[in-house]
Design a protein around this ligand. Structure first.
Ligand code: NDP
Length: 331
């Protein structure tokens, strides 16, 4: 059973040397007497920026969450899962996972889509985009919406859902290739490369002469600071992630006084609040959008478990174009 393990806790930017691919053993058997355990063959590993926060020692941080991976049930003592079923859920960065009780696993209902979609558009990033945009930011038709890390797993779905709602949507991303993708493939109204803009305030003024109603924040830092200055009264900020801050020793100081005068509501959220029935509702709606071609997705798939450490490290340099996935088996 090949596994990616963390060798040492990380400070600053992670490197491939912080991780190691080792060969462990797995008993291809369930614990005797268990009525809930399943053995899963993992097919696709998901690379997510929040995994960086788990590479630092936070002994008392309750927000720890393991990785979400689509796989196939090999053995099962659980009444809801049969051998041969496909599922996605919390397993591990390894070929096989023995899960004592699969409470964090969901059966895969739509085999007509590639299984890798359950690491992205039909999994956590898609659900994050949907819940953040509609439950937290409450985006409505006709509003001005800005999303950062817009060509990533979450951002690309946020932008397309906002467009479908009738919003005016602008995204920022870190390369001209990504900006081109936002404008052509995903149909954003406008996009810019934040690394090429000498003045973020000027870029936002150019794209939003009338201001921003909804900011879906994936990055935090200087971008959040500039956006707050450009928000309209009673604007909403869905604080989804702060990827520009995860590797810094000292966080960027954002001017929160901007919230006061303009009655801006800024709210953080965790996708894990939106499981169960809510996920199933989202899954059906997103499956319909995909079938009808109203939402498309871009994935960046690398092959083999040995490629996993570099793929994860690449997220913090923006090397991924779209959802970063590691394929370790096809079925
Ligand atoms: P992405 O696919 O967007 O990958 C990360 C991207 O972040 C990179 O491609 C890069 O794009 C950008 N980035 C990296 N470093 C910086 C930086 N210093 N400044 C600005 N941009 C940077 O990842 P996800 O879509 O999976 O995640 C997006 C955000 O959503 C993250 O902050 C993540 O933590 C958060 N998240 C939150 C959840 C929740 O429950 N609240 C659930 C899932 C994700 P570029 O080339 O554009 O710089």
């Amino acid at each position: 059973n090949r596994q990616v393990i963390l060798k040492l806790y990380v400070t600053g930017y992670p490197t491939v040397d912080d991780m190691e691919v080792v060969t462990g053993t797995v008993r291809l058997a369930l614990p005797p007497g268990s009525t809930t355990a399943i053995l899963v063959k993992n097919l696709y590993l998901s690379c997510d920026p929040y995994m960086r926060t788990r590479m630092t020692r936070h002994a008392d941080d309750p927000n720890f969450v393991p990785d979400y991976v689509p796989g196939k049930v090999v053995l099962s003592a659980h009444p809801d899962f049969k051998p041969g079923d496909f599922l996605w859920g919390v397993t591990g960065w390894e070929e096989y996972s023995l899960i004592p009780n699969p409470v964090l696993c969901n059966k895969i209902n739509h085999r007509e889509f590639p299984l890798s979609y359950y690491t992205g558009v039909l999994g956590v990033p898609g659900l994050t985009a949907y819940a953040g945009l509609f439950e937290v930011a409450k985006a409505k038709k006709g509003e001005y919406v800005f999303v950062s890390a817009a060509a990533g797993a979450v951002g690309q779905i946020v932008g397309q859902l906002a467009m479908l709602t009738g919003c005016y949507v602008v995204g920022s991303a870190g390369s001209d290739e990504k900006v081109n993708l936002l404008k052509t493939k995903f149909g954003f109204d406008d996009a810019f490369n934040y690394k090429e803009e000498a003045d973020l305030n000027a870029a936002l003024k150019r794209c939003f002469p009338e201001g921003i109603d909804v900011y879906f924040d994936n990055v935090g830092g200087a971008t959040l600071d500039a956006v707050l200055r450009r928000m309209r009264p009673r604007g909403r900020v869905a604080v989804c992630g702060q990827v520009s801050q995860y590797n810094l020793e000292r966080p960027y100081g954002v001017d929160l006084f901007q919230l006061v005068g303009k009655h801006i509501r800024m709210e953080g959220f965790l996708v894990s609040e939106y499981g169960g029935e809510y996920y199933r509702r989202f899954e059906e709606e997103m499956a319909r959008h995909l079938r009808e071609g109203k939402v498309v997705c871009v994935e960046d798939i690398v092959e083999g478990i040995d490629a996993a450490p570099a793929a994860l490290v690449g997220l913090f340099a923006g090397r991924n174009v779209g959802k970063q996935v590691v394929a370790i088996a096809r079925e």
